[in-house]
Design a protein around this ligand. Sequence first.
Ligand code: ZN
Length: 324
Amino acid sequence: MTTTRRTLFKHAAIATAALATPQIMTRAAFAQPAMAGSMPAAFERFMLGRFEVTILSDGHRIVPGPQSIFGTDQPVETVEALLADNYLPTGQMQFTFAPTLVNTGDELVLFDTGNGEGGREGGVGQMLANLRASGYEPDQVSVVVLTHLHPDHIGGLMEAGAPAFPNARYVTGQIEYDFWTSTDRVGTPAEGLHQSVMASVAPMAEQMSFVGDGEMPVSGITAMAAFGHTPGHMVYRIDSDDRSLVLIADTANHFVLSLQRPDWEVRFDADKAAAAQTRKDVLGMIAADRLAFVGYHMPFPSVGFLEPLGDGFRFIPETYQFDL
Ligand SMILES: [Zn+2]
């Protein structure tokens, strides 16, 4: 069969019509598409020696006025200049939350629980959904470690009036637990947080064990005192084979303001001088030993390295270091 000049023209005409048709149909048949809105399921996974580490996003929140939280002992212009130098807006900032799941082969350990159901309407409280999306079920979690007892770390302990991790035991710092559960907090500015701890942490007291500096709640996981942000705030070093990772929790709460200026006062730190000293000690150790770390409030997926920079450190986000 030969293609004549006439049939070639005919095919071309059909092709042109076919190309034109969808446009006409789009205008006629489809309403304007709504924005999808919600964020996709988000988790980051890598192997650390024989351990599997999964960083779970709990979502993010937009917060106005970074200069009213970080560098409160500094001129506002100084804080704004550092933000601008790092290509960040000065009027508002994004807070992320990164609960971290470690499968040691024997235990499934969850570090902190996110904002929980109370934060869900505001776009956070996504940890549980992302834990499931990552391939685990909440009843598989065998240990929940609480670095400290602020609401964005304990908010996910309860779900619909029951423990979210029904088979778990719990671990936290003795000093931290004693501080927040003490009735001495009643009638002080800490009373609100005391009440939230009594509501969501104290009910787990029978399944709770307490750690001090240098103790190992799970084989390969070592607690380290990092007081200041809260009275009993702890960080955790994870070691498997020749790989190490430090979960710094809230030692540093912003990847530029806290890392580049560890001395600056932070509104959220209970003991500002102790928190600054702890920042310099913990971050200094991570930089000197070239360790990887997870920062609960670092930009998701919240894992990286530190390079000394002036009086502080520069955040180097992890890329493929764990995959090779
Ligand atoms: Zn926090």
